[in-house]
Design a protein around this ligand. Sequence first.
Ligand SMILES: [Fe+2]
Length: 299
Amino acid sequence: MRRSSTVGTVYEFDPKTSVAVISRDHFGDIQSDELFTILGQSGVIILRGCINTVEEFSAFVKKHSSRLSLDPARSMVGGAAQLVDAGTHAVGLHCENGNSPFWPDLTWFYCHRAPTQGSQTTICNGADVYWHLSEGCRNFFADAPIRYRRRVAGDKWRRLVCHYRPDINNPSLVSFHDLLKLTQHDPHTTITHDAESDDIHYAYVVSAIQTSSFSALPAFANSILGPSYNYEKPIIDMADGREIPEAYLDEIETITQAHTHPIGWQDHDIAMIDNRRVMHGREEILDMNRQIFNALSYR
Ligand SMILES: [Fe+2]
């Protein structure tokens, strides 16, 4: 289905996957406002075959973001991008860093070398999932927030603080107080520090249903099914201590599965994803030559 943005960018919109595909012709001069408007209509934008290097990808992300975020467990390339290197197993649906107060608005991928078989990044539009959940399940999550709890090792939380505090360039100089200062505006996060191990333990309370800044649509967007490759697996329950009923977990699994689609990578594609509306995951990696980078940022 061919559509046109308010200022004339032509893109192909697939209503089944909620993906907007913009061709190389429109890549060079596209403005942030226009990208955000199209993203609000779709949830995912694929910029097809538009760049050649990870450095160009980093520059593009910086151009269309107010600030960058990172996953402290991954290595950084080109100032904004991080190689997606979490093993070869399939990865469950999640919002990137959606289980912590450092939840970015946007998650970006750059496919330098597309896989020849399987190994696809998958996407699942939470706005579609929301309306397909049973009323009981939808109301259960609308009525009360969920809670993520886990431990994070000292090297990871210290690296995160260094990212947000460029005046501290050595992780060993970071204090626990510096971390608290970064999150103190968020009353939904509690963090404790074990001075002996240097681990922190945090609890983050947030709704499983989000409405992103790009779209007015409520979306089932969370990391209940998400990965924990580089981290201790979080305990996920309701903020008031109740467990999430097994029947709802089964329903979520079934409904999200039915709305999950492979991105269909081609070489040099960028994917721009509304990280509070569209969850992503990954098929098992069968093609070890695939090369995909990720970046995280705020609008
Ligand atoms: Fe991810």
